[in-house]
Design a protein around this ligand. Structure first.
Ligand code: SF4
Length: 78
């Protein structure tokens, strides 16, 4: 069995609450709302930690991000 990177491990154990077309899912700056979480507003898929730093930007479900100047892939070459 192949070893997981830290990011792959997090993706496996922290399942997001939603699925959508956001490019943010593949971006290392998104902290997704975790499955079963009751705290955040229902329209959020997660929080971007890059845009508006040092504040978090709530990424809304209804306003799909298709392109982003600050996108950085969370996939690392093996
Ligand atoms: S940097 Fe851009 S692509 Fe990455 S999570 Fe933030 S808004 Fe989404």
């Amino acid at each position: 069995m192949a070893e997981l990177t830290p990011q792959e491990f997090l993706d496996k154990v922290l399942k997001p609450e939603k699925e959508s077309d956001h490019i943010c899912w593949d971006c290392k700056h998104l902290k997704p709302v975790i499955e079963g979480s009751k705290f955040p507003p229902a329209d959020l898929i997660g929080y971007c930690m890059k845009i508006h730093w040092p504040f978090f930007w709530g990424v809304a479900d209804f306003n799909v991000v298709k392109k982003c100047y600050a996108f950085e892939s969370k996939k690392v070459a093996k």
